[in-house]
Design a protein around this ligand. Sequence first.
Ligand code: HEM
Length: 164
Amino acid sequence: MDYPGLDGFLGNRASLMLDIVFLAMFAVIPVMGWSIYQVRQKRYVLHMRVQVVLGVVLAAAVTLFEIDMRVNGWRQRAVESPYYSDDLLSGLVNCSLCLHLVFAISSFVLWVYVIVQALRKLPRPPAPNEYGPQHRFWAKIAAVDMCLTAVTGWVFYYLAFVAG
Ligand code: HEM
């Protein structure tokens, strides 16, 4: 089948950007886990650098991904899936996308908030201060939210572009 935009390389119906983001999430989660482990070893500078780089890389990937989705769309690529429906209120593909968007949008907002607040309110070089407990609270929610974004994204990817 001919679809608009560049085809991916994983051998299913997904586009190139969908494949890149699908695979990138397998890297983001362990890197984030390792960065949180570094905090426990008191390597705060390393933790800050890794989190800021992750934030920038994710923002760049999401921007390219959004452009691909707006310009080329994804629905034609999902039509062959048995879980696809044109009716937005039915079908597992739309249902999983809706759930995924809840986590993806809240993750985006939380990551911007956690990074900006950490850079503003923690000392430089970074170390625990009176803002530390608040950072730990929101950062843990942001980290769990990102894991749920990845899992729901993988489920959506499978249902829309692999199943068939
Ligand atoms: C979205 C980005 C970030 C995430 C998900 C994140 C995640 C976390 C988590 C989960 C902890 C608590 C670890 C634990 O209690 O075992 C933590 C602590 C810490 N993070 Fe981040 N972090 C982020 C960004 C940053 C940035 C940008 C800085 C530096 C400016 C920073 C500096 C610190 C410091 C100093 C602590 C120790 C706080 C304390 O113990 O009171 N983090 N981070």
